[in-house]
Design a protein around this ligand. Structure first.
Ligand SMILES: Nc1ncnc2c1ncn2[C@@H]1O[C@H](COP(=O)(O)OP(=O)(O)OP(=O)(O)O)[C@@H](O)[C@H]1O
Ligand SMILES: [Mg+2]
Length: 383
């Protein structure tokens, strides 16, 4: 069994990452198709998939909603899938507000936080809430979705780190002095708010109320009390998420094109992942020019090929078929030169990685339906 087939069988979270446009989303979807064919219940979480690919897995304009790829779609593609393939486009437009809703103990409490004047101020110190909430959806699915496997597609490499480190940054933010002050004041807040509000107001406080256009202190007291209720839940989830991304059965598949510059980026990205404690599954080189079989060049080959062309294109003259054959040879040879160049980049990668990367050929058409995903998938799982 190939390494990726084994990974589909045994891992819980696979993450496809790499530079822009190399095929991360396609790879994630193709791995999902193969996992479902192997009988697993799998969810593919993607970000901004190309429109056609989204349609291939039944995600037309959906955001943040998990949908099963209809078994009929598999049947129509001539594929048997004893497992289940689910897909969802991660919602990357969530805000701190949604985070409050997610972690508040109840909707009433969430409302009170969101309506509070101070929330607007503190929400700015929760920067990164968007990335955090996007990746929090992954944790919820892995831990609570009942899936055998979750496959996560990521944004292009530069942003992927932002995304993957969101829980780390959230934990840092929660430990930051601003939040700590908040927590501490909360611990005395009954006291504090009570004292401030209870005692009636002096001139200064009354004018402050006027300036801020509202019950300044009541708001503060309330904010300290209610906001603290989400901090523990948020911190706990951040810690679990941070650990989940680094768990032994969570693995990164680094996708690259065979372009030397992309290959170098992928190697660099691998080093960065290792530095941050993420586990690596393997490299996938996508859109590789494979060598055309050698058609021979001697006169006897020419004779044979011209004979074939005569059968296919009887309306052409001998001269035209000769010119066509020359053109085809030039096209083959140009393609094979690209295949040589790709081969050198792949060798370079294999040398550095200590093992041959998985290769997926450049397909003649865009990958846009389940059948095409399965063609990619067959290469991904090739032993
Ligand atoms: N092996 C392949 N052969 C032919 N076309 C491919 C192959 N792999 C991917 N494609 C096509 O290349 C395009 C980009 O692929 P994809 O969207 O998977 O890349 P990506 O890495 O997710 O891009 P982004 O960084 O923008 O998220 C798509 O149109 C896809 O159909
Ligand atoms: Mg993509």
């Amino acid at each position: 069994m190939s390494r990726l087939a084994e990974a589909l069988r045994t891992r819980r979270l696979l993450i496809t990452a790499g530079s822009g446009g190399v095929g991360k989303t396609t790879t994630a979807a193709a791995l999902g198709v193969e996992a479902a064919r192997m009988g697993r219940r799998v969810a593919v979480l993607t970000i901004d998939p190309a429109r056609r690919l989204a349609q291939a897995i039944g995600l037309e304009a959906l955001t943040g909603e998990l949908r099963r790829v209809e078994p009929a779609l598999f049947a129509a593609a001539g594929l048997e899938a004893p497992g289940e393939l689910w897909a969802m486009m991660l919602d990357t437009k969530t805000t701190g507000d949604q985070m409050v809703r997610r972690f508040a103990p109840n909707p009433q409490m969430a409302r009170r936080i969101l309506d509070n004047t101070y929330y607007k101020y503190f929400s700015t110190s929760l920067s990164g809430a968007q990335e955090y909430m996007a990746i929090e959806q992954v944790r919820a699915l892995v831990e609570e979705g009942g899936f055998d496997l979750v496959i996560l597609d990521t944004p292009p490499a530069v942003h992927a780190m932002d995304f993957l480190e969101a829980p780390d940054r959230m934990l840092d933010a929660l430990d930051s002095s601003a939040i700590q002050v908040l927590v501490k004041s909360q611990q005395v807040s009954d006291n504090l708010a009570g004292r401030l509000i209870g005692k009636g107001r002096g001139l200064v406080l009354r004018s402050l109320d006027r300036m801020t256009g509202g019950p300044f202190l009541e708001d503060l007291g309330e904010f300290l009390a209610v906001f603290a209720t989400i901090l523990d839940a948020l911190k706990h989830a951040s810690e679990r998420l941070k650990a989940l991304l680094r768990a032994d059965d969570s693995r990164f598949c680094l996708v690259t094109s065979p372009k030397r510059s992309n290959v170098d980026e992928a190697m660099h990205f691998q080093a960065e992942l290792a530095e941050r404690g993420f586990n690596f599954e393997g490299f996938i080189v996508n859109r590789v020019h494979m060598h055309y079989p050698d058609t021979g060049t001697g006169p006897e080959h020419d004779g044979h090929l011209l004979g074939e062309l005569a059968g296919l294109l009887p309306e052409l003259t001998d001269g035209e078929r000769g010119a066509l054959l020359q053109g085809m040879r030039r096209a083959f040879s140009a393609h094979n030169n690209m295949a040589d160049r790709d081969g050198r980049a792949i060798e370079h990668l294999a040398g550095a990685a200590g093992e041959a990367p998985v290769r997926v050929p450049l397909m003649p058409l865009d990958v846009r339906d389940l059948a095409a995903l399965h063609r990619v998938g067959r290469w991904l799982l090739k032993a």
